[in-house]
Ligand binder design. Structure first.
Ligand code: DC
Length: 229
């Protein structure tokens, strides 16, 4: 079987990471959550008081960008977790505050340049499933399999709302929906690497798909791309 690069892009809260993780587990590929990398940069800014309601102290961030070391380590349950400068930040980076900050830091050119460089290094040996917003367009334009995942905003907000409720976070559905819409807007309209479907990406709209149906579609596409004729 051919070893390939699988690029999964799409809107926030579409289930990209669930889909990517499952494919990586089935195939033995490495999984990389690039959103977690932007979230880790956001958390670094918050911890240093460089993030306010209105903006980021991008000068300080640029000076210290090389001090940010992001790694993924697999825990004893086989789950990949995000580390920021040797500290496990996997749960800290999943809050709305950090997500909002990530959406802001991801508009900065020097941040993207550095994270894209690190992501490209991770894919040198192929055998990787990477999810994000610019994987098929910027990080790996030559990826053999590109997916563009989408779902209606209300459905995505409902899924996110349920997830947060289960975790015990007291959130309001309307706030979650507003957050989803705001992030879509920022992701699509930023100057630096805006979210867009690569010309050769395959669209999967999972608004009405079960996780099993979605995984079956992805698995068939993967098998087709890795088959050696
Ligand atoms: O997928 P996520 O919600 O964890 O991503 C967090 C933020 O990072 C989101 O606003 C989009 C941004 N992002 C990006 O600009 N490029 C990527 N490759 C991944 C995420």
């Amino acid at each position: 079987m051919n070893r390939i690069i699988v690029a999964i892009d799409g809107f926030s809260s579409c289930g990209k990471s669930t889909m990517a993780k499952e494919l990586a587990r089935e195939t033995g590929y490495i999984y990389v959550d690039t959103g977690a990398m932007y979230r880790a940069v956001s958390l670094f800014c918050i911890k240093n008081n460089w993030m306010t309601e209105t903006g980021i102290n991008s000068e300080e961030l640029e000076k210290h960008i090389q001090d940010i070391r992001i790694e993924f380590r697999t825990n004893s349950n086989g789950v990949s977790e995000t580390y920021l400068n040797d500290e496990n930040v996997e749960s800290e980076i999943r809050t709305l505050e950090v997500a909002n900050g990530a959406s802001r830091v991801s508009t900065l050119r020097f941040v993207r340049r550095e994270l894209v460089r690190q992501q490209q290094l991770m894919g040198l040996k192929k055998g990787i499933v990477m999810d994000g917003r610019d994987i098929g367009t910027v990080v790996f334009p030559e990826a053999e399999l590109k997916i563009f995942l989408t779902a209606d905003p209300e459905i995505r907000a409902q899924r996110r709302f349920q997830e947060m409720n289960v975790k015990g976070d007291a959130v309001d559905y309307n706030n979650v929906l507003a957050n989803v819409i705001e992030r879509d807007d920022r992701d699509q309209n930023r100057t630096e690497s805006p979210l867009r479907k690569a010309d050769d990406a395959i669209i999967i709209d999972n608004s009405n798909l079960t996780p099993i149906e979605q995984q079956k579609i992805l698995h068939e596409l993967f098998t087709e791309k890795t088959r050696i004729d």
